[in-house]
Ligand binder design. Structure first.
Ligand code: FAD
Length: 436
């Protein structure tokens, strides 16, 4: 398959939805590629219990004249102006055409690829039922029964409270909420929230929903214990350790932006985030970026940035500039959140020498310590070369050793050789009215 669009959006989370809807409503042909089966990204992909604003955006997305490629992911950029997508089902597709993937040509490209959780290794973190905080939340939204189960929620960032509140509302017992940051570190973020009453109210409602559970600052898990699954977690606070029996440990240390595609396309990064100008333009002409790859700021900011990028990519510069003024005010929250989630250096010493760091390739900490950088470690241990392509261990080794991946090479995700070989199909130019 091969298709051409005026504007192609990668990612159908809040930022991608807002960008695609806005651009399509300007009358341009727009395509959206997203690797989940349903649109919505991290927060809205499961349609149940969505707030009214989310339902409105999703309805606009469904109604807009868009080509939607759900369950497809971008794995390569064969040439400028073209990205290659592979269907998640390609491996099992009976026909060769589906296995060839799709070449998607664009005049303008909007990257709205979101972020993922950061995991840090500690003894027992690979046990069954030790899960990312957002990951457990998504599994429960997907149908995992949690009523009556004891859950410890740990790590850092506002996601912890949001997840704890949701799990509690589904009948889980939240044994503890452990935030690694100190109260003093979080205080400036609270002050910043005074200018954003909506967020303040949301945070307060999450805490009210979890009022029967202890919220401990400067507290983190030092070990998970169990047999065929997790049975207990050893927590530490101010040098004291104690054991909490539980069924699940939901653990995530804030978020890591998904910048791999932007890097592959040559967009400049700054301190791990995609550099974007006032109208969300990247350093590469014709490529725009919106949402969490440019900074972690929550769903409202992602929506705003998506609209700015959609308007700017559609050539509606004045309208985009108007919205950009609103974005400037929100950026102080991004900075305050980043500072509040800064990781305590003691967390660098959680893993024991034999603790697995790269869980795809079973690489323990002691095998990594002797190396000087990410590339060196990859070459000698295969760290980061498994199916997740360093998306889990990369965030950990960045914190543990200060390593940054030097360059990004295709494929971005495991891909079929036939997909990488490319498609011979003729280009189909997509009209704005067409919806797949
Ligand atoms: C459990 C949970 C609760 C939360 N609660 C709140 C809350 O209460 N308030 C709040 O403000 N924020 C909350 N957040 C954060 C919120 O989800 C994010 O701020 C928001 O989703 C960011 O939107 P986004 O569009 O930038 O990215 P995302 O929602 O992450 O969407 C990005 C999409 O792009 C897709 N993608 C990435 N790369 C590719 C590729 N190469 N090819 C195809 N598709 C790709 C991803 O799969 C994803 O679907 C929560 C997050 C979680 C996980």
């Amino acid at each position: 398959m091969s298709r051409a669009f005026d504007i192609l959006v990668v990612g159908a989370g809040p930022a991608g939805i807002a960008a695609a809807v806005t651009a399509a409503e300007c009358g341009l042909s727009v395509g959206v590629v997203d690797d989940n089966p349903a649109p919505g990204g991290q927060i809205w992909r499961n349609g149940a219990h969505l707030p009214a604003s989310a339902r409105r955006w999703k309805m606009r997305f469904e109604a807009a004249p868009l080509v939607r490629l759900q369950g497809w992911r971008i794995v390569d950029r064969p040439q400028p102006g073209t990205v290659r997508a592979q269907s998640n089902d390609a491996e099992f597709a009976p026909d060769a055409a589906a296995r060839d993937g799709a070449d998607l040509h664009y005049r303008q490209l909007i990257l709205a690829t979101g972020a993922r959780e950061r995991f840090l290794p500690f003894p027992g973190w690979t046990l069954p039922n030790v899960i990312g905080a957002g990951g457990l939340d998504a599994m429960v939204r997907g149908g995992l029964p949690i009523a009556g189960r004891r859950v410890v929620v740990a790590g850092t960032g506002p996601l912890l409270l949001a997840v704890a509140a949701h799990l509690a509302s589904r009948g889980a017992t939240i044994a503890a909420i452990c935030e690694q940051a100190s109260a003093a570190q979080i205080a400036p973020l609270m002050l910043n929230l005074i200018t954003q009453p909506g967020k303040l109210w949301q945070g307060a409602s999450y805490r009210w929903a979890t009022r029967n559970s202890r919220y401990l600052t400067r507290c983190w898990p030092v070990a998970a214990r169990g047999d065929e699954r997790l049975r207990s977690v050893i927590l530490q606070r101010d040098g004291k350790q104690w054991t909490v029996n539980c069924d699940f440990l939901a653990c995530g240390f804030h978020l890591v932006p998904n910048t791999e595609l932007a890097a592959l396309l040559g967009c400049s990064l700054d301190n791990g985030f995609v550099s974007a100008g006032e109208l969300m333009q990247t350093s590469v002409p014709g490529i725009w970026c919106a949402g969490e790859p440019t900074g972690i700021g929550g769903v409202e900011l992602s929506l705003l940035e998506g609209q700015i990028a959609g308007l700017a990519a559609a050539g509606k510069t004045q309208a985009a500039q108007k919205l950009a003024r609103r974005r400037r005010g929100a950026l102080s929250f991004v900075r305050a959140l980043g500072r509040a989630c800064r990781l305590d250096s003691q967390l660098r010493h959680l893993a024991a020498p034999e603790t697995i760091v790269c869980r795809c390739e079973d690489v323990p900490l002691h095998a990594l310590r002797v190396h000087t950088g990410w590339r060196d470690a990859k070459l000698h241990t295969r760290c980061g070369m498994g199916p997740c392509q360093g998306r889990i261990c990369g965030g950990a080794t960045e914190f543990l050793f200060g390593w940054r991946a030097g360059s990004v090479r295709p494929p971005l995700f495991p891909a079929l050789v036939s997909t990488l070989g490319g498609t011979q199909a003729p280009v189909v130019t997509t009209s704005p009215e067409e919806t797949l």
